[in-house]
Design a protein around this ligand. Structure first.
Ligand SMILES: C[S@@+](CC[C@H](N)C(=O)[O-])C[C@H]1O[C@@H](n2cnc3c(N)ncnc32)[C@H](O)[C@@H]1O
Length: 232
């Protein structure tokens, strides 16, 4: 599928999704890609420091989701390369992210793991790769930060081989009432500091992007959603 075959999506659509969900902070003050990049410049060190917690709470999901990735693998919004240790050592890896500071961490990690790979600075909403260039496209905890997550997911589909797979580990609104209410209460503040819509419904976004979902699961109080999708 070519990305031009679908209508353009943007903040208006994000705000509409928020209106459905009731609390999407994007509807209040959408952050630009530059603002999000600046936020992650400050977060790069924290990501490295809190990796132990990530391994504890999200590591199992990453391992199950990415442990059988194969061939040419694209990690979209790879950050500091948190997914890399969970990939088989045989993959041919490319990681992309908008933040140079996060990518510096990813570069270090590639070297530490002695993985065959490269990282590049790139906007997930406008991937600089030809159609069908990867066997597996992976992404974790990312769609909540993209100004236009639907566009980014369609780009993932475009660059994924028709026989390939798109594997996601996403986070969003909890299915547990008090936790969801806390998230809603803090949604604006969290978005302002981290550029992250943590009350997002990941499956609604994947559905809006038109990906064909083969498998979807949720865990960790409903806050983590894993998705295996295939190009149309
Ligand atoms: C919460 S972090 C997740 C990083 C990594 N995937 C992980 O699981 O640890 C979100 C990442 O998305 C990146 N990001 C945000 N907007 C982006 C965009 N438009 N294009 C590419 N990367 C983006 C940020 O720089 C950040 O590294």
């Amino acid at each position: 599928m070519n990305s031009t075959e679908r209508p353009e999506h943007g903040r208006a659509q994000s705000a509409e999704r928020g209106a459905d969900a009731g609390t999407d902070p994007v509807g209040n003050r959408p952050m630009s890609t530059d603002e999000i990049r600046a936020a992650y410049a400050d977060y790069a060190d924290a990501f490295r420091r809190f990796e132990r917690f990530d391994r504890l709470f999200v590591g199992g999901y990453r391992e199950r989701q990415f442990g059988d990735a194969e061939g040419r693998v694209l990690d979209v919004a790879c950050g500091t390369g948190t997914n890399f240790p969970y990939l088989p050592g045989t993959v041919d890896l490319v990681g992309v992210d908008i933040s140079p500071e996060m990518l510096a961490g990813a570069r270090d990690r590639l070297a530490d793991l002695e993985l065959d790979g490269t990282v590049r600075r790139m906007d997930a909403q406008n991937l600089d790769f030809p159609d069908d260039s990867f066997d597996t496209v992976i992404s974790a905890l990312s769609t909540c930060t993209f100004p236009d997550p639907v566009a980014a997911l369609r780009e993932m589909e475009r660059v994924c081989d028709p026989d390939g797979r798109i594997l996601l580990v996403e986070h969003g609104r909890s299915s547990v009432g008090p936790v969801a209410r806390f998230q809603e209460w803090r949604a604006d503040a969290h978005y302002e500091t981290a550029g992250c819509r943590w009350t997002q419904e990941p499956l609604a976004v994947v559905d809006e992007a038109g990906l064909t979902v083969r498998r979807a699961d949720s865990g960790f109080l409903g806050m983590i959603t894993t998705v295996e999708a295939v190009p149309e």
